[in-house]
Design a protein around this ligand. Structure first.
Ligand SMILES: Nc1ncnc2c1ncn2[C@@H]1O[C@H](COP(=O)(O)OP(=O)(O)OP(=O)(O)O)[C@@H](O)[C@H]1O
Ligand SMILES: [Mg+2]
Length: 260
């Protein structure tokens, strides 16, 4: 199962959610790959993988599939293990930003799908973190994936962003990946005491949009886990928000079983 976490709005929790769901999946015994397609490399860094070394990254993978890499490497060569059993990362690199135009001009958008298909036997679950843009990389991810999740940060501008996002993604789905499923909206940075988040969630439901039952609350523990470069299921498995990620992960798994 390959899931993309996407919202073109910045700072809504894409990297936090993709890394923590991937970590929870690994913790449950699934061999899990986190693909980081954002040149910022936040989820790569979060999982403790360094990209400022000589190791290969997803940027090299794109160069290879575009035919710009002198020595061909198998897809596994671009993947790094983490300190956590079962969790692997296909790391991002800042050079993704410079590569984008050339890859797009040369129609390489389907190459991620081909590479992930070659890795299908090696991973039980794949989570893909995307940049805050509907650009070459997020499109490549949405073409390669089985489904997508949309993080929502309980901000008024986010409602309008979701309408635009769905228009874009549904058009891409119709043209390039008809089996892509919209699994739902993940409510992040939820504050049960405030009125606005509850109203905004009501507005999403009034549009008949699928919203996951399990919300992710706002907590400084998320920032602490970023600074310790340790996803929550490994840093503090019994913390309230780790349990929320565990329940969200279960909700996803359950939906997957019932849709089969
Ligand atoms: N549940 C949460 N509680 C507290 N802080 C959070 C939570 N989720 C995310 N954050 C904070 O919000 C900020 C943005 O989160 P994150 O980097 O995951 O978003 P993003 O959508 O990946 O951003 P970008 O669009 O830049 O890639 C970070 O500083 C992160 O620590
Ligand atoms: Mg991010």
């Amino acid at each position: 199962m390959k899931r993309v976490v996407f919202n073109q709005k910045g700072g809504v929790g894409k990297s936090t959610i993709s890394a923590n769901l991937a970590a929870q999946s690994a913790r449950q015994g699934f061999r899990t790959l986190l693909v980081d397609l954002d040149a910022q490399g936040n989820s790569t860094h979060y999982c403790g993988v360094d990209i400022n070394d000589d190791g290969l990254t997803v940027a090299d993978m794109f160069k290879q599939v575009a035919g710009w890499f002198a020595k061909p490497e198998p897809p596994t060569a671009f993947i790094r293990p983490t300190a956590y059993n079962g969790l692997f990362v296909l790391p991002a690199h800042p050079s993704l930003a410079d590569l984008e135009r050339e890859l797009e001009n040369r129609y390489k958008m389907f190459k991620l799908k081909e590479t992930l298909a070659e890795l299908e036997d090696q991973f039980d679950r794949v989570y893909i973190d995307t940049p805050p843009n509907f650009n070459f990389y997020s499109k490549a991810a949405l073409i390669a994936a089985d489904s997508f999740l949309v993080p929502f940060d309980c901000d008024d501008f986010s409602i309008q962003a979701i309408d635009r996002l769905l228009q874009n993604v549904l058009e891409l789905r119709a043209d390039h990946n008809p089996s892509l499923q919209f699994e739902g909206i993940v409510i992040n940075q939820f504050n049960a005491q405030a009125k606005l988040p509850v109203e905004l969630i009501g507005a999403l439901k009034a549009k008949s949009l699928p919203v996951f039952e399990q919300k992710i609350h706002s907590t400084v523990k998320v920032k602490e886990s970023h600074s310790k470069r340790t996803p929550l299921p490994f840093l503090a498995p019994s913390h309230k928000v780790s349990l929320q990620f565990a329940k969200l992960w279960e909700e996803l798994e359950k939906a997957e079983t019932t849709s089969k």
